[in-house]
Write a protein that binds this ligand. Structure first.
Ligand SMILES: [Zn+2]
Length: 381
C-alpha cells in the first residue's frame, strides 16, 4: 500500500502492543541514488544487526520469538519489494504475536532503521507526509479545461471539459461594428466557459479534496477566471502555472513539483519566523527541547516545530506518562524513570495523538539557534 494520507499514520499511532514490543522497519530504496545490490545489502545488514539486538534484550521467550518472527517477515517482504517495487522507500510494521503486519511504500527515501518499541515508530511517515500537500492543477484554454490531482509526486488526470467558444474574431475577417459584436459574443462565451469551469472545480473539490489549487490560464486570463471561483476555493489558489491545457501530464507534473518545493520552503521560513517572533516577545511559545517537553507534559502544546531528523534520547515516567530529558527519578512520584531512545520522536507522537500539528523544518534554519525544536502553545499555566 502507498503512503497517501494522515489517517494511515493515525491508525498506526493508535496501535497498542499491550506492553509487548513491536517492530518498525524503514529502508531507503531510492533507485535514483542506490543500485539494487546496495539496497539488498543494506536490508541484510539491518536485519542481522536487529536480530542480535532482539536476542540481547533478554525478553521472555515468546516475546523474543515474536520479534525474530517480525524480522523474518521483514527480510522476506523486503527482498520481494526491492525486486518488484519502484518506491523510493519502504516501511513495515509488524507484531507477529498478534499477527499484525502493515507495509507501506514511501515516495521519499527514509533513514534505514529497525526499532523495537511498545508502539510503532511513525515519525518518518509524518515527516514525509508533511512535505506534500494534495494539489489540484487546473489548466484552462479558451475552449478547454483540464484538472489534475497531484499528491506524493504523482499526477492523475481528474477531469476535462470542452466549451464551444469561437476561436478568434479575425478568423472570419469581420471589421468594425460586426467585429465588435462578435467580440462581445465571444467574451460572453468565454465567461460562460469560466463559469462552467469554476462550477466543475467546486464539484471536484468535494470528491477529491485538495489543500492547494494551481491555475494555468491561456492569455493571462487567470484574474478573470478566479472571479468566478467559490471564495472557499479562491483561498486555496496558491500559484499560477505556465503549463497549457494541451501539455503532457509529465510536463505539468514537473512544473507543479517545482512550484510546490518553492512554496513549501517559503511556508517553513514563515513558520520559523512566527515562532521566533513569539519566543522573542515572551508570548505563547516554547523553545529548545527541555522547555518544549515541559510544556508538552503540561498539555500546553498546540503545535510542534522541529528540525528534520533531530533526535535525542530521554526518559519517561510510565506511571505519569511524563517525558524528561535527564531526570533519573520522576519528580512527582520519585519512581525510577525509563530510557526512551528518542524523546523528540515521543513528543511528536504525543502531539499527533492529541490532535495537534507537527511542522518539520529543513536545516539549516533560524530554529537551529533555538535548540532545533519549539512549540506554539495554547496557554501557559
Ligand atoms: Zn511519576
Amino acid at each position: 500500500m502507498k503512503l497517501q494520507n494522515r489517517s494511515q499514520i493515525e491508525a498506526l499511532a493508535k496501535f497498542k502492543g499491550q506492553g509487548d514490543l513491536v517492530t518498525s522497519f524503514y529502508l531507503d530504496t531510492d533507485k535514483g541514488r542506490l543500485n539494487r545490490k546496495e539496497i539488498q545489502l543494506a536490508l541484510k545488514n539491518l536485519v542481522s544487526e536487529a536480530r542480535d539486538r532482539a536476542c540481547a534484550l533478554g525478553a521472555a521467550k515468546d516475546k523474543t520469538a515474536s520479534l525474530l518472527g517480525d524480522l523474518d517477515l521483514i527480510a522476506e517482504h523486503g527482498g520481494q519489494a526491492i525486486a518488484s517495487s519502484n518506491a523510493a522507500g519502504l516501511a513495515f510494521f509488524s507484531h507477529s504475536l498478534e499477527k499484525f503486519w502493515h507495509a507501506l511504500e514511501l515516495p521519499h527515501g527514509p533513514r534505514n532503521r529497525i526499532t523495537f518499541d511498545t508502539n510503532f515508530y511513525i515519525r518518518p511517515l509524518a515527516a514525509i507526509l508533511d512535505k506534500y500537500s494534495p494539489i489540484c492543477a487546473l489548466l484552462i484554454s479558451r475552449r478547454e479545461s483540464r484538472w489534475y490531482d497531484i499528491s506524493m509526486n504523482e499526477i492523475k488526470a481528474l477531469d476535462e471539459l470542452e466549451s464551444d467558444v469561437p476561436r478568434s474574431v479575425r478568423e472570419g475577417g469581420f471589421e468594425g461594428t460586426a467585429a465588435k459584436k462578435i467580440e462581445r459574443r465571444m467574451d460572453a462565451h468565454l465567461q460562460e466557459h469560466f463559469k462552467r469551469t469554476a462550477q466543475r472545480t467546486f464539484e471536484l473539490s468535494k470528491k477529491h479534496p485538495f489543500d492547494w489549487l494551481f491555475i494555468g490560464c491561456e492569455d493571462n486570463n487567470c484574474g478573470d477566471f478566479e472571479a468566478h471561483l467559490h471564495s472557499y476555493l479562491r483561498e486555496r489558489v496558491k500559484a499560477r502555472l505556465k503549463a497549457h491545457a494541451g501539455d503532457s501530464p509529465a510536463k505539468v507534473l514537473q512544473e507543479v513539483l517545482e512550484v510546490e518545493a518553492r512554496l513549501k520552503k517559503a511556508e517553513e521560513l514563515e513558520t520559523v519566523r512566527k515562532l521566533v517572533a513569539e519566543i522573542e516577545r515572551g508570548g505563547l511559545a516554547a523553545s529548545g527541547l527541555r522547555d518544549t517537553i515541559h510544556r508538552l507534559n503540561q498539555f500546553e502544546v498546540q503545535s510542534l516545530v522541529v528540525t528534520h531528523n533531530f533526535s535525542k534520547p530521554g526518559r519517561f515516567c510510565p506511571t505519569h506518562k511524563l517525558f524528561y530529558l535527564d531526570e533519573l527519578q520522576c519528580p512527582i512520584c520519585d519512581k525510577k524513570t525509563v530510557v526512551v531512545q528518542d524523546v523528540v520522536d515521543e513528543a511528536i507522537e504525543t502531539v499527533l495523538k492529541r490532535g495537534g500539528a507537527v511542522k518539520h523544518v529543513a536545516s539549516p534554519s533560524k530554529l537551529d539557534r533555538y535548540g532545533e525544536i519549539g512549540a506554539f502553545l495554547k496557554y501557559k499555566s
